[in-house]
Ligand binder design. Sequence first.
Ligand SMILES: Cc1ncc(C[n+]2csc(CCOP(=O)(O)OP(=O)(O)O)c2C)c(N)n1
Ligand code: SF4
Length: 285
Amino acid sequence: MATKFDIEGGDIAWCPGCGNYSIHNIVKTALQELDIDPKNLVLVSGIGQAAKAPQYIKCNYFNGLHGRSLPAAVGIKVSNPNLVVIVESGDGCMYGEGGNHFIHAIRRNSDITVLVHDNMVYGLTKGQASPTSEKGFTTPVQVNGVLNEPFNPIAIALSLKCSFVARAFCGDVQETKEIIKRAILHKGFSLVDIFQPCVTFNKINTYKWFKENTYYMKDHDETNINKAFEKALERSPLPLGVFYIEEKPTFESQQRVYKNSSEPLFKRKHNVEKLMNLIESKRRW
Ligand SMILES: Cc1ncc(C[n+]2csc(CCOP(=O)(O)OP(=O)(O)O)c2C)c(N)n1
Ligand code: SF4
């Protein structure tokens, strides 16, 4: 389906069959169906195969350092709350190098949507284990298999009372699209961990594997955090769908600068002289 987010021409540097293509198309369709204006959209990413995604969509984007997408996204959203801010990241970039930001950005509850392309491997750097790799997963570096417990992003997010927590599989196009649309519409920090086969460097967690090892939660109470935890700890099969939703004030809505005026920060005049005077007044030498 053609969307207003399509870019004419240009190469896409992903392997044929990569799950990133599916996520890419689902995201564009979701944005189209939500009638989001590309001028109002900012995609933010770090480094990796998944992190290339914003370059292939017609929008504003910021492509920063590995693991550092979240501070930029939070900064963009607070300086202009009218923007739709979406982070696209690999599992390594978000949960490994960016793990500390992941934890504290959830606590902050900025109104951003975080889509993690979770292929359980480091794709760009050619197949080392990532935080979500299963125990025993062998790679040219982890020759005897991964020894570490896999990182459980759903359980971690729940432990921090993340405002919207979901998991999807990019092979299920309709279901993933609906989850992403709900995540974007939700006010608050929204995490969607999306299973995405890396057909080149992960020969274990394939399309077939994800199909056979996942199921959709039915009659699940999305407001019950204890039930959500129980589901988050299930590993075989892995539950898909929305685990938990909690409505609460966002980071932006609680800023004093927005108390008396909703004019975005970036539009306001800055009094540089006042700022310099403040800095000078604090000098101790
Ligand atoms: C601070 C830092 N550490 C390591 C790297 C090297 N590096 C670049 S991408 C990457 C892993 C990417 O894996 P992931 O985030 O899971 O995304 P994928 O490529 O699988 O989509 C690594 C380790 C880097 N660029 N910067
Ligand atoms: S290496 Fe893996 S994640 Fe990267 S483009 Fe190829 S299939 Fe996709």
